[in-house]
Design a protein around this ligand. Structure first.
Ligand code: KG4
Ligand code: ZN
Length: 338
């Protein structure tokens, strides 16, 4: 089954052709990051406008790369939640138009379910049940993937998402948007241990996470250094910050793995591209005797291939949309509405 998948939940206009949930025939991405960089973050209205301008061309590119045409598609999939509402609506309405014109099924896909499905593309042998850490710009969840379309969230952040914390800390350090990857590069030039940052715990919720205290500690260190006229070792601070975030994510993930007896562990979402997190997860998986599944870097960040992968499994259980499909800014991964 060949699925044409559309993703416009944030600042990437993406389209892909995916066969039977696992084989990516093409994946085209138009990134708006350079433009949003001018404003230090994503400007929602600009994101929607660029999606409207780029979506036809990006879809054409994905079809061309796959060597296929629209009539070869068996279904149209689209991210319909969660994300920036104006951005999502561009993709949803475009996908609806294609589905109506071609007379092919429309498959609504939850963005975070898509991030999890990125692991299926990279690891042919991976199948539920497994435990997955989703760490992106908007989410930090520990999810039991009970089946391809059945999920249970067993841990989450009480405040900022991990990616949000990276982006805010980057801004304080004077690094450009998108900050996560910039902190990653800077941290690679130093060794952690110079700055003592907090290790927040959520009372009575050992699997939950908190990042706002860490972010505030970086803000305070930067302000104190500025006030005293002292130099700030930005690389060392980036290394310590990344080390704390990796510790928060990995320690909770493997605590959950112990508690619920999982030996198959995955991690996905933009933050799973972080090099310190990846090596920490590998180390923790080894000592837990668990198998770790990480997507390659290009599948960690937003793309449409992951949406096409998840769509195959949604279609199999009859999760099909119709011409009344709407977009939603927020939605629980376990209980989608459409
Ligand atoms: O999954 P994603 O592309 O979009 C959302 O669904 O939110 O995640 C974007 C987030 C951003 O906050 C970005 O700074 C972060 O992932 N990110 C990273 C790295 N690459 C992307 N954070 C830390 N290290 C990285 N290498
Ligand atoms: Zn995402």
């Amino acid at each position: 089954m060949k699925i044409l998948a559309i993703e416009t939940s944030c600042d990437e206009t993406a389209c892909a052709v995916v066969q039977d949930g696992r084989e990516v025939l093409s994946s085209a991405i138009f990134s708006q990051a350079q433009e949003h960089k001018l404003y230090g973050g994503v400007v929602p209205e600009i994101a929607s406008r660029r999606h409207a301008e780029q979506i036809v061309q990006t879809t054409g590119l994905a079809l061309e790369q796959a060597g296929l045409g629209l009539p070869d598609m068996d279904a149209i999939a689209v991210t319909y939640a969660p994300g920036l509402i104006g951005a999502l609506l561009v993709g949803v309405n475009f996908a609806k138009g294609l589905s109506l014109a071609l007379g092919k099924p429309l498959i609504p896909v939850h963005h975070i379910r898509g991030h999890i499905a990125a692991c299926y593309i990279a690891h042919a042998e991976l199948a539920p049940p497994f435990l997955c850490l989703v760490a992106s710009g908007g989410h930090s969840h520990i999810v039991e993937v009970l089946d391809y379309t059945a999920f249970r969230v067993i841990g989450k952040t009480r405040d900022d998402a991990a990616g949000e914390a990276f982006d805010k800390a980057a801004r304080v350090l004077g690094l450009p948007y998108p900050g996560g990857v910039e902190i990653d590069k800077l941290a690679a030039t130093a060794t952690p241990g110079k700055y003592s940052l907090p290790n927040p715990k959520v009372e009575n919720r050992p699997l939950d996470m908190s990042f706002s205290g860490l972010k505030t500690a970086v803000v305070n260190l930067a302000h104190n250094a500025a006030q005293k006229g002292e130099p700030l070792d930005k690389a060392a601070l980036a290394a310590d910050f990344s080390d704390r975030v990796a510790d928060m994510l990995s320690s909770r993930l493997f605590a959950a793995a112990r508690k619920f007896a999982y030996k198959s562990i995955a991690c996905c979402g933009g933050v799973s591209a972080n090099s310190q997190l990846r090596s920490r997860l590998e180390r923790d998986a080894k000592s837990a005797g668990a198998r770790l599944y990480l997507p390659p870097l290009h599948l960690c960040v937003d793309n449409a291939a992951m949406i096409g992968a998840q769509a195959f499994y949604e279609y199999r259980v009859g999760n099909i949309g119709d011409s009344a499909l709407n977009a939603y800014a927020s939605m629980d991964i376990a209980q989608p509405t459409h």
